[in-house]
Ligand binder design. Sequence first.
Ligand SMILES: [Fe+2]
Length: 368
Amino acid sequence: MHHYTQGKPTRQGHKGIPEGMFEEEQGLDGFYGPVSHLIKENPSTRWVNIDGPLKPRMFDLVKLEQNSGMQRLLYNNDITISSLWLHPEPLDKMTARRNADGDWLYFCHKGGGQLLTEYGILDFIPGTYINVQKCITHSFLLKEVSQFFVIENRTSHFIEPDRGIVGRHAPWDMNALGKPDLDRLHAVIREKHLDIRDINIKHADEMTKITYDGNIFDVVGWKGDLFPFTLHMDHIMPIMSHRVHLPPSVHSTFVARGFVVCSFLPRPLEEDADALRVPFYHQNIDYDEVLFYHAGDFFSRDNLHAGMMSFHPAGFPHGPHPKAKDKVKTKTHTDEYAVMVDTRWPLKRDPFVDRLELGDYWKSWMKK
Ligand SMILES: [Fe+2]
């Protein structure tokens, strides 16, 4: 399509927005496709009422009980987003799990420990993504009670993002992946006298337990390019420009058929005097957006703490809260760690999640 302008646009997106005006980006294909920047006299978040189910929502996952187990929050055909609280199992009663419905991407929010897999052992701490592909048997050996933000990929397998012009070593280097260690798996099994015989398998969201006559972790060697791995947020190198605010797509960490997983990490703010330094107002027209706040200071939103999850369905614009523009003036860096999941098709809410909702979140852009 042709590039076209009307009225008084800016020369460069997210820069030189006239004083007192607001820029809104309207884009297709999740910031990859056709896009326009509209200069408006008022932000499009100045609604005074929303009547109907479509509205921005915020959920406080800190309210989830530590014994709530795997709790589905949002879902569609491609993806299930859940919270998982796990307690350490007694060593003589340890079990394994396997997901025949899709890949599990566990993001460790609290706690830590080791994941035993047939391919070897993986270590994790808060901030670690653990990618366990469909049907790979695994078992958690936890140091303490742990909470995970879990993304189930039901219609594809995770791949690395399109690295394009940034080359092969950003935003993360393939060598930064944590690989399973088979020798250490056997050492841990010997040392702790583990004899894990039960596998709980999820298929069509129904559970089946298979019991074996001996320890299931008996692999003595393997080769191939299918194996579970970890990636810690500290090993992701955020892409930024010191001159202009870049779209969230530069923070893509893993890509799936119907959605993308992005990591927001601490980074310097834009330096140019005329650069927008907070996330721009936008309509990510084709995608529902979910953000899980892991750690840090989330200055672009009011009353936000770690462990919360926002849900911004497609269909309306959003952007920074009114106070964020002033707050950012004193800042040189962002200090936030968050996981974003953008889905191509609309997400449904599990009825359970509504009890965690902060009902007035949609009013938080309104002038107080
Ligand atoms: Fe957004």
